[in-house]
Ligand binder design. Structure first.
Ligand SMILES: Nc1nc2c(ncn2[C@@H]2O[C@H](COP(=O)(O)OP(=O)(O)OP(=O)(O)O)[C@@H](O)[C@H]2O)c(=O)[nH]1
Ligand SMILES: [Mg+2]
Length: 361
């Protein structure tokens, strides 16, 4: 059986046109269609469910509280029954006539196949200068990280056999927009990938989600696929936030000292010291939640309980912070250096344990 995965975000105009065309094109083949919608504000999931009443081979997954093309596609794969999965944009830009050919090619190879806009016979359509230029640069960078050389590693139209997907699943990086590229980074280098040319069409309706944020995520993806294997980007981001947190810690310490008219003293219950640490905890939580762990961002009530958990985690970090600070200060080190080193030790603890217990990643 072939499982066709259609990730959607704000595609309510396209689906009613696209689904009947796919059903007609696939004819008597054995298949299912899985729409994975990220709770689109235009209620694409509702439109998809309406279509599923008429087309029993159509299933709809409405993901709530999560966003991301790659993770949506992976979720579609995990729910699929087929022996081969085909992924296609739901905006009508891909060639429906290739679905069965891609599935057959992936089955034959026991690996993957993909639609290419950059091989002979394919085209990107009439992109504006900037978009064409961005795609060329993105593609050149992608070649650098792929295990298997293909002409269009940024394509969103491809097929993968269940076996190949299951094999690479534990290594996939669900952040970002380019699930094909992620597969090409992680499959064994001898994986067969058959390429078939197609011309990129105009979208049926709606608007592109190819935003600046998506481009930044792509750079993060490239980092993760190279240096990030050894030095995780989250640790670098956490350190950047942590360094700013040290500044917040020092500033709050100075302000509270001035307000209370206290001279520097590092006993366990010094009010300025505790105020500095708590100010840094609040600052770090909000920045890490919004930036470092944005892909696992805590919202609403979860952000409140997460903040409470982060405080508990940081309480232990703060003990280390205070103990180290007091030890160094009493040993003769200067005020600022003692505070900064104490805060750094606390930060490393908070990163490791906070990641596990607050953001669960
Ligand atoms: N579930 C889900 N689908 C998404 C998300 N972002 C994009 N999509 C879908 O993924 C497909 C590709 O997104 P597009 O915005 O068309 O990206 P693109 O084809 O590279 O860009 P354009 O050429 O401008 O259309 C479309 O079917 C989108 O609806 C997301 O965060 N979650
Ligand atoms: Mg598109």
């Amino acid at each position: 059986m072939l499982s066709l995965i259609l990730p959607t975000y704000k595609e309510r105009e396209s689906l009613p046109i696209l689904i009947p065309k796919i059903v007609e094109s696939l004819g008597a083949a054995e298949y299912e269609i899985i729409v994975v919608d990220d709770d689109s504000p235009d209620k694409t999931w509702e439109v998809a469910r309406g279509l599923a009443q008429r087309h029993p081979q159509l299933h709809v997954i409405r993901r709530v509280g999560r966003r991301g093309l790659s993770s949506a596609v992976i979720e579609g794969f995990l729910a699929a029954k087929g022996d081969v999965f085909v992924v296609m944009d739901a905006d009508g830009q891909h060639d429906i006539g290739l679905i069965l050919k891609l599935a057959d090619a992936a089955r034959e190879n026991g690996g993957m196949s993909m639609g290419s806009r950059y091989m002979e016979g394919g085209s990107v359509g009439d992109w504006t200068g900037f978009r064409a230029w961005a795609s060329r640069i993105g593609t050149a960078l992608a070649h650098w990280v792929c295990q298997v050389r293909v002409t269009d590693p940024m394509s969103g139209f491809f097929a993968v056999s269940r076996g190949t997907f299951e094999e690479v699943l534990p290594r996939l990086n669900p952040k970002g927009f380019k699930i094909l590229l992620d597969l090409l980074v992680h499959v064994p280098a001898n994986t067969q990938v058959k390429e078939l040319p197609f011309s990129f069409q105009e979208r049926i309706g709606g608007v592109s989600k190819f935003s600046t944020q998506v481009r930044l995520q792509y750079l993060e993806f490239l980092y993760d696929a190279t240096v990030g294997r050894y030095l995780p980007l989250t640790l670098i981001k956490y350190c950047v936030v942590g360094v700013m947190g040290v500044a917040v810690n020092l500033a709050a310490y100075a302000i509270v000292s001035l307000l209370l008219n206290e001279s520097p003293q590092f006993g366990l219950f010094s009010t300025p010291l505790l105020a500095g640490i708590e100010a840094a905890i609040v600052f770090n939580f909000f920045f890490n939640n919004a930036w470092t762990f944005s892909y696992a961002k805590l919202r609403g009530w979860k952000a409140v309980t997460g903040f409470a958990k982060y405080n508990v985690v940081c309480a232990f970090g703060a003990f280390a912070n205070i103990a180290v600070t007091a030890f160094l200060y009493r040993g003769g080190m200067g005020t600022v250096s003692s505070l900064a080193i104490g805060a750094f030790i606390g930060m490393m603890w908070n990163y490791t344990i906070g990641r596990l217990f607050t953001w669960n990643v």
